[in-house]
Write a protein that binds this ligand. Sequence first.
Ligand code: GLV
Ligand code: GLV
Length: 328
Amino acid sequence: MNKGGTRKVFVTRKIPEPGLDRLRIACDVDINPSDRALTKEEIISGIKGKDGLLCLLTDPIDQEVITSEPRLKMIATYAVGYDNIDVTAATKHGIPVSNTPGVLTETTAELAWALLFSVARRIVEGDSYTRAGHFRGWAPQLMLGQDVAYKTLGIIGAGRIGTAFALKSKGFNMTVLYTDEQRNETIEHELGAKKVSLAELLKTSDYVSIHAPLIPTTHHLIREQELRMMKPTAILINTARGPIIDESALIRALKKHWIFGAGLDVYENEPTIPDELKTLPNVVLQPHTGSGTIETRTKMALMAAENLIVGLQGKRPPNCINTEVFQK
Ligand code: GLV
Ligand code: GLV
């Protein structure tokens, strides 16, 4: 029996301590002792006898996991994206699911800008070149890149992160285009951004940055056909989810210089990255650290913990994704 009805929760991997401390005040906390992602079987065994689950974007939380423990009452993910969770199955079983929106918006938008400049000005290539001792003095045509100011910025998915990313272009006097199901009055008003079709965005943008969630309609949104629409000087940035781009088509585009370069934080089959992609000089590869700052990861940990605690009290968690669960 639980002492005093204390809720038992399983945390699939160590998150920043303040989040764990918050959880420990309200719950019995069991944490994956190893600092590695768990397999589905290990997650199933971890949630045995638990009321709550705090999971990560690397955890496959499918129907089998969700139904494996009848006591399970709440799932809180330490991420904004939740394409790894079968939310429909959770809803069907009356289990609220929460995510961590908002706190990582600026941080992820900043990483997208870091990638954009890295590719435009060939920072990673330049660093390797310089460290390797190849720099023999200033040269008229050494490692030339692309300007950013006064160029056209194309945003695929103008939600919270896409909006924050777009607003940061103000200092560079860019023309901003976007695609989204909905109109975004903030960027239209602030930047004169124009909502266009995906084809128009790809054909006219110098920089294309993806900020859409991974859902069936965005899977392989960018394939060979779309990459061929882009300018040979264009740069593609993806800090959203890997499967939005057909990675093998992107490798061809980079090799054949259909585009100038790409900056990626996410991959189609994480953590696997095709060897060929790693050999290309015109791509900057980051290990999925969009929200990876000390401040933001701490906020995400606290937010996930708070949601889990509230959900376990039978109340609606502040960042509930499937609010239908409470509309009965
Ligand atoms: C990171 O990719 C997240 O979804 O939080
Ligand atoms: C995610 O937070 C988004 O809406 O962009």
